[in-house]
Structure formats: C-alpha cells, structure tokens
Design a protein around this ligand. Structure first.
Ligand code: CP
Ligand code: NVA
Length: 307
C-alpha cells in the first residue's frame, strides 16, 4: 500500500509518536541516515512560495541520499496546462515520492487518487501537517508534555490551526483557539476533532477573546493573518484581526516561562510584535530548524518503510 502524508487525522497516536521519535533520532545522528534513500527520487511540486518547506524537504531528501527535482509555481501549471490526474500519473513514472504544496485541498486529494507514489502535503489551504509535526517535536524536545500544558493558538483558524486541532485531538492535551468570529476554524473539522478527542480526552476550547486563551498559557502560537492566496483581502483582514496581535501585553498574561511559536513567515507588527518574536520566549527558529529533521522522518516514513 502506498503511504501518503496528507492529514494527521489518518495517523494513530502511536504512529505520530513514532514519527516524533524518528525525528529526534534523525536529528541526533545524521550520518546514520546518510544513505537510507539512496537511488530514490523526490519531486517538490509547489504552487505557492516557500522557504522552510522547500529547504526542509529538498535538503532533507539529499541528506538521506535521494535526488531531488523542484517544480516552481508556474512551471507545471497543473490543472491548466494539463489535468491534475495526468500530472500525478506522469510524475509517478519518474519519481518515488512527491511533496505537493497547493491551494485547494481537493487538488491534493485528486492528485493522490491518480498517484501510484507517496504524496506529502507540503501545505494546502486546509492543512499544514508537516509544520505541526515539527512543532510538536519541538515542544517534546523542550520537555513540554503536550498533555499537561495549555496551548493557545491565537489568530487565523486556518490550515496551521486545523492541523493543530487534529494533532491535539489525537494525542490529547488542552488546546485553546482564539480567533475573530469569522475566522474560526472550520466547524466540520472542529466537530471531527471533538469526536476524536472522546478517545484521547483532549480538550478543545474555542474563543473570540485572545486574553482568555493567553491567560496562564504555556505556549502562545500564531500564524499570519493573510495566508498565501488571500492577499486581496489583506487590508480587510488587518482590520478584522485587530486585538489578536501577540504583543507584550498578551505575553504577560501567559506563564512566566511560556514559549512563543510561529510557523513563519511572520508579518512582524501584525500578528506578532518584534519585541515578542525576538524575545527569550520565542522559539521560532528552533521550529524552523526542526522542519528539516521532521521532513527527513516523513520521507523515511513514506519511502523507507520506517514505522
Ligand atoms: N512554515 C512554512 O511552511 O514556511 P514556508 O511557507 O516558507 O515553507
Ligand atoms: N497560513 C499560512 C502558513 C504559511 C506557512 C499560509 O497558508 O500562508
């Protein structure tokens, strides 16, 4: 069976924990994994810009011995120059895995239906699972037990937030999501997560009050207010998200040793202030670094038969 990495919702707690452990092993002992994907070919098909995801999967695949081909936005023009299915079938002839970054999540699903090689979701409008896996690894590395902490996601209930809802609902823990009313996470996802949480005993709180989420939080997490593809709404969004900036005032409400996280890129002065993102609480560049190690674990999982 082909192993994809499309959504965390398809993973069991033990599989996620194994991926987290594998990330740690890969980080600790790079040399041991040097040839694990020798003679494999990985394609990166990106329809949106990227710095971290591209670097993590590109360099990660090379560090595992694989060869990489990158298709920039506009190069393939999937769905326009030729159908999604034809692109998936063609790439399946050349490659051993594809990392796909796209807009609509349905594009990913359609691609998977025609692909005979593993597909990794490098971000869709709905989900960003590779980011969230790296972030949970980062918390684990810093000895934060996600089952015991208060995790506050403040900002847009979008792709990154959705993937956090899935991972918390699977692993357990307390996640607070503070968004303006119209930017709440999709109710279908919240309901699905609440039902998964019946097993893990995770607690999911939605609020429109960032202070409620920040109060005594162990982790403050944010993401841009204007995601890729939403640029035309930038001015409107900046007004609607007023009050949701992670600034000194919000940080003071959190625990003294709280951590501040951001998937990056950051729009400094919008969702987070310079003083907070550059403060001792911030672990944003450790998160960025860990994207590399967790990308390697994901590639080993989909291609190397690990887990
Ligand atoms: N966090 C993240 O996915 O960054 P890029 O968009 O630069 O890949
Ligand atoms: N929500 C952001 C995440 C970027 C990594 C976006 O989709 O643009």
């Amino acid at each position: 069976m082909v192993r994809h990495f499309i959504s965390l919702k398809y993973f069991s707690p033990s599989q996620i924990n194994e991926l987290i452990e594998l990330t740690g092993k890969v980080k600790k002992n790079r040399a041991l994994y040097r040839y694990k994907l020798k003679d494999k070919f990985v394609g990166l098909l990106f329809q949106k810009p990227s710095l971290r995801t591209k670097s993590a999967f590109y360099l990660g695949a090379q560090q595992l011995g694989a060869e990489v081909i990158y298709y920039a936005p506009d190069e393939v023009r999937m769905g326009e120059r030729e159908s999604i299915g034809d692109v998936a079938k063609t790439l399946s002839c050349y490659l051993d895995a594809v990392v796909l970054r796209t807009f609509s999540h349905q594009v990913l699903e359609e691609f998977v239906r025609s692909s005979s090689i593993p597909v990794v979701n490098g971000l869709s409008d709905l989900l960003h699972p590779t980011q969230v896996l790296a972030d949970i690894f980062t918390l684990y590395e810093l000895k934060r037990d996600i089952k015991k902490i208060k995790f506050a996601f403040i900002g847009d209930g979008n792709n990154v937030c959705h993937s956090f809802l899935y991972i918390f609902s699977i692993l357990g823990g307390n996640i607070y999501v503070a968004t303006p009313k119209i930017y709440q996470p999709q109710s279908k996802i919240v309901e699905e997560c609440r039902s998964i949480a019946n097993i893990s005993k995770a607690r999911i709180y939605l609020t429109n009050n960032p202070k409620e989420a920040a109060k005594d939080a162990d982790v403050l997490y944010t993401d841009v207010w204007v995601s890729m593809g939403k640029e035309a709404e930038a001015e409107k969004r900046k007004k609607e998200f007023r009050g949701f900036t992670i600034d000194e005032e919000l940080l003071k409400l959190a625990k003294k040793d709280s951590l501040v996280m951001h998937c990056l890129p950051a729009h400094r002065g919008e969702e987070i202030t310079n003083s907070v993102i550059d403060s001792k609480h911030s672990i944003v560049f450790l998160q960025a670094e860990n994207r590399l190690h967790s990308a390697k674990a994901i590639l080993l999982f989909v291609m190397g038969g690990k887990l």
